[in-house]
Design a protein. Sequence first.
Length: 399
Amino acid sequence: MKIHEYQGRDLLASYGVPVPAASVIESIEDAATTYKRVTSEAGTDLAVIKAQVHAGGRGKAGFVKLVRSPEEATEAAKFMLSNKMVSVQTGPDGLEVTKLLVAAGVDIAHEYYLAITTDRATRKNVLIASAEGGVEIEKVAEENPDAIIKTPIHPLIGLQPHQAREVAFRLGFKGKQVGQAVKAMMALSQLFVEKDCSLAEINPLIVTPSTGDAPDGQVLAIDAKFTFDDNATFRHKDIAGLFDPAEENPAELRAQRFGLSYIALDGNIGCLVNGAGLAMATMDTIKHYGGEPANFLDVGGSATEEAVTEAFRIILSDHAVKGIMVNIFGGIMDCAVIAQGIVNAAKEVGFKVPLVVRLEGNNVEAGRAILKEASASLSTLQAAEDLADAGEKVVKAVG
Ligand code: GDP
Ligand code: MN
């Protein structure tokens, strides 16, 4: 599960990592007044308007804008709320933006990268840090991997202060900055473990220029990105409460509610299958005969008629679907349940597209009998002998 930057900033602040003051808006009209309030409280005229979406690369896409007046704030808000954001992380269709962060702007002397994630190779969590943080971090990782410091974290004792200090020195922090950077790393590590994160990232962590009050500048987080382990959100009500359904694929959300695993893909053949392995084999078979699957939908081992009907509704809600292949190997799953689900869906939504069904296993005779009896209302139905036959038939049917 991902959260928004503004939520991540609050989380960082609650662990003692300083972040500039900010406010969330959802309308262009609120931009000017919020700009005035946030900047006057911070004693600056600089603010940053930032699109709140579950994807990075906003800076390069023009969805992080520095502004110095209410007019500029309004203009930036207008642009971001009326255009889809397309970045390297969003795919070509981009994402709609409905929330903006209006943050007090800060002057930056240097940008650092700081993250914790799990390193599968060493089977440990790892602190990743770089003195070359900012919007080019992917390029740095690719072209200059030596500029990235990786520190393994002991699974029992966690990140140790001496490790954080060493990283801070290697990053080039000076004077009072060292303690502040160490504090940020220790806090990030504590947060990572306590909240069951799979990624906790601050990019950039910055140092502000030297001032009279703070000759060494100040270490601040000005971006925050968190991903949480879905299998652990049940024990973090606070984190689960940050879930934003608007950022999820609506069909995938509906599927989740019925205990279905649904993933939308780019092709035009909808698949309804039981078991992830069988779903893979089904997609391979479709591709083997020259077709492209429109989705991966696993109804699982013990779906109800209701869930199967919902599964068809979800598949048919994708207008790219030009044919459906049902491939059920009934072990625990009762073939009659699937057959009844097909009949229900046919009554309710109708199948205007070709439907190829391969049923095998538990109670298959009853399943076939149900389909046969309903065949008058299922004119697009074709029964298949086996997996290969089903793949061939459905690809042929969609042309
Ligand atoms: P991302 O591109 O989605 O990761 O968005 P970020 O929040 O990291 O912002 C991108 C870049 O905008 C940062 O790397 C900074 O260079 C710049 N930026 C963001 N906030 C400020 C700010 O308050 N002051 C200044 N000077 N630059 C900022
Ligand atoms: Mn960033």
